[in-house]
Design a protein around this ligand. Structure first.
Ligand SMILES: Nc1ncnc2c1ncn2[C@@H]1O[C@H](COP(=O)(O)OP(=O)(O)OP(=O)(O)O)[C@@H](O)[C@H]1O
Length: 237
């Protein structure tokens, strides 16, 4: 059968669809889910082909239940994906004001205010923002300083930045299981970086040291210059 222009268009559209799906899930927790589902499908297919009827029957029936379970478990990610699909590229939040953030970090470090700040990237952090107080406020150094001033109700927990907005404060991040020899603020920074692609900045209340957690790794104390370089890379500025 000859290949028609319809076949080519079909293949092109499917390729574009997969490419955009991949871009949406790359770097998110959903990527692990996709890997898991693919392995499941391969085992199911092999069981069916090799005539392992009980295993194939079991996997076939569990698939329906599993699909519902996945929707429930990954509801925050799915909502995030749909939000991003709807939002499109143009309506991205304005870029973060790097100098404002660096100025805030300098002040927090000098004053020894313990701080925990997550910069949202591709992984939606809405589920963590929901554990704190939603602010949706424009980022300013004075706001960050105020939020981490000890004694105020919101100073406990982490702040989430989305573009140039302070999305939420007083948020609870997942704690890493890794023993760092540091306290819970640092474990929370590392924990969030393990489950998302966020860049998480932590200022120590005890020493004023600024560290960055990214991709499940916590940096040694950083100078503001080193931090500026890394943030510029991340923000593409
Ligand atoms: N799961 C969490 N999510 C967000 N913030 C957290 C979490 N757990 C603890 N924190 C923050 O960490 C603070 C406790 O910090 P702790 O003194 O244990 O940290 P640390 O890593 O030793 O840092 P520091 O050098 O600032 O003392 C809490 O008051 C809270 O603000």
């Amino acid at each position: 059968m000859p290949i028609t222009w319809r076949d080519l268009l079909d293949i092109l559209l499917v390729a574009v669809l997969f490419y955009y799906l991949w871009r949406l899930i790359a770097g998110t927790r959903a990527l692990n889910l996709v890997r898991g589902v693919l392995i499941y499908l391969v085992v199911w297919f092999l069981a069916d082909r090799l005539g392992l009827s009980t295993l194939a029957w079991l996997l076939g029936n569990a698939a329906t239940l599993g699909a519902f379970a996945l929707i429930v478990v990954f509801q925050p990610e799915l909502r995030g994906l749909l939000e991003r699909l709807g939002r499109g590229q143009q309506l991205r939040p304005p870029a973060l004001s790097l100098e404002e953030l660096l100025f805030a970090l300098r002040r927090l470090s000098e004053k020894r205010y313990g701080a925990l700040i997550a910069l949202e990237r591709r992984t939606p952090l809405g589920e963590y923002a929901a554990t704190g107080e939603l602010l949706e406020a424009r980022l300013s150094a004075r706001l960050l300083e105020t939020l981490f001033y000890a004694g105020t109700p919101l100073h406990d927990g982490g702040v989430i930045l989305r573009g140039d907005r302070v999305l939420a404060a007083g948020c609870v991040f997942p704690l890493s299981e890794v023993r760092l020899g540091l306290g819970t603020r640092h474990r929370a920074a590392l924990g969030l970086s393990e489950v998302s692609d966020a860049l998480v900045i932590v200022v120590s209340e005890e020493t004023g040291a600024i560290r960055v957690a990214e991709g499940g790794r916590l940096s040694p104390p950083q100078s503001l210059e080193a931090l500026r370089r890394r943030l510029k890379e991340v923000l593409g500025a």
